[in-house]
Design a protein around this ligand. Structure first.
Ligand code: ITT
Length: 198
């Protein structure tokens, strides 16, 4: 199974921060419609891994729309917190998607841990599902360090506290093309391209 240039792909995300990043990765080669635009409901993320949840979201959107669907499941993992929030990254922001609160929670948990280790990593699992057909999942990761207080006003989610390795700025202090040059999502997409795009 391949992604053919010009075909329609449902982006199975309701996150307004992710959709433009994924659309940029697809590079204008596909007709893109988001799950939100199709009024598809958000499935409960009941799996225990990024890959599992990415497949669950892609399969759900493909089944409901009858079209090929691409989903991302991603998150921030903090070494000193044994990988938390991880797959619970969105849930730490609560129903109001309050990422200032989620970031404050990460800082508090780090203080409580007593650890000086500020290393963390972002993971993105990307899954492509065909209706009643196969599902392909890949993963990408970027390592970095957390900084407090948060810095910058671009990006989304935990971007204001994450400095990728080899950089001094947070993702929120970079413009989107700089973040996308080598992000976890970009790294996952390179693997997806190798598997599904000629
Ligand atoms: P969808 O499931 O609809 O795609 P979501 O926000 O619920 O949207 P996830 O379950 O994958 O998505 O949660 C991932 C969370 O991890 C997301 O809400 C962000 O807060 C965070 N995250 C993922 N990628 C990120 C990035 O590139 N920069 C900053 N935060 C990111």
């Amino acid at each position: 199974m391949k992604l053919i240039k010009g075909m329609r792909i449902v982006l199975a995300t309701h996150n307004p921060g992710k959709a433009p990043e994924i659309a940029a990765l697809l590079g204008g080669n596909y007709e893109i419609v988001t799950a939100g635009e199709l009024n598809l409901p958000e499935p409960a993320e009941t799996e225990t891994t990024f890959g599992g949840n990415a497949m669950l979201k892609a399969r759900h959107a493909a089944a409901l729309s009858g079209e090929v669907a691409l989903a991302d499941d991603s998150g921030l993992s903090v070494s000193a917190l044994d990988g938390a929030p991880g797959i619970f990254s969105a849930r730490w922001a609560g129903p109001g998607k309050d990422f200032a609160a989620a970031i404050a929670k990460v800082e508090l948990r780090l203080e409580e841990s007593g650890s000086e280790d500020r290393s963390a990593w972002f993971t993105s699992a990307l899954a492509v599902a065909w209706p009643d057909g196969p599902c392909v999942v890949v993963e990408g990761r970027v390592d970095g360090q957390l900084v407090f207080p948060p810095r910058g006003d671009r990006g989304f989610g935990y971007d204001p506290i994450f400095v990728p390795a080899g950089e001094s700025r947070t993702y929120s202090e970079m413009d989107r093309t700089e973040k996308e040059a080598d992000s976890h999502r970009t790294r996952a997409f390179a693997r997806l391209r190798a598997a599904l795009i000629d």
